[in-house]
Ligand binder design. Sequence first.
Ligand code: ASP
Length: 350
Amino acid sequence: MNNRRDFLKTSLLATSALALPRLSQAAVALSGTVPGGVGARVVSTWDFGIPANQAAWTVLGKGGKPLDAVETGVLVPEADLHNHSVGRAGYPDRDGKVTLDASIMDGDGRCGAVAALEHIAHPIKVARKVMEDTPHVLLVGDGALEFALQEGFTKEDLLTPESAKAWHEWLKQAKYTPVANSENIDYHRSLQSLGMPGGKNNHDTIGMLAVDANGHLAGACTTSGMAWKLHGRVGDSPLIGAGLYVDNEVGGATSTGVGEEVIRNAGSFLVVELMRQGRSPQEACEEAVRRIVKKRPEATKDMQVGFLALRRDGECGAFAIQKGFTYAVCDAKQQDRLVASPSLYQTTYT
Ligand code: ASP
């Protein structure tokens, strides 16, 4: 009797195994903890990545999903009234309109994004709705707003008194020179010439990447883009492959800085593909920066672009054109580590 039962059990197992589609090698490699991996980790761009990472860690540290972690994390700078480059208090375009760009991507290839979205304080939440509630990837402008309102988001005026003041200062000269942060002296001069304070208050996009102990990844990227940009200008952040790319087979990458240069080179996709070919996260970011500079050496010499990459085993790396790019790293060992990224140029602001 026992033998018969055992035989039936074995046969059923054998049959169901035959009925299953054959797992690809990649899928096999993607199950279980990553050999030699550092475990769960969150990384994000700039100093404001520290509190953002800590929020993400409240999800990831408890074994939550990387996708939920990155969404939770970037809500922090989106809500921060002192942050003038992300979310609610972002500086407006040259017409005084605050327009926000955001994208979110799961390592399984699902993704959603919004661009040039007005009146919604948390574009990352709308990006996730685009991913989950529509067959599309990217909604822009009025259509994105209409969709957000249908989804129950509240329409708000996002221009804070402080942002309005900075815009009115800019209007005195109305010099159209979009700037991105670095410690490059010309950058600081250009900020000062625009009547902007310069330095740490003008950091740019938050790009965040998270991996769990099984090597499953997700990323989010959100920004108000370049201060005083042309109305309707869209940067790299909401463009999958430019400002953000994540693939569970390899890792993820995100970018900050002058979005046009990142778009020209499909920057984040390039970083992930270089890692797929065997480059370390650090080497991949360096190569992506070098390609950007090689394509337009003169134009990029005073510009900032930075890449941040996270491999599925938790190793991370970063590289920027100019000195001054920082990124935050958070894992079970330490939740508030800030790292200065290496850069191509070493110009120091004095
Ligand atoms: N990459 C963003 C953009 O071009 C802004 C930034 O990170 O500085 O919109």
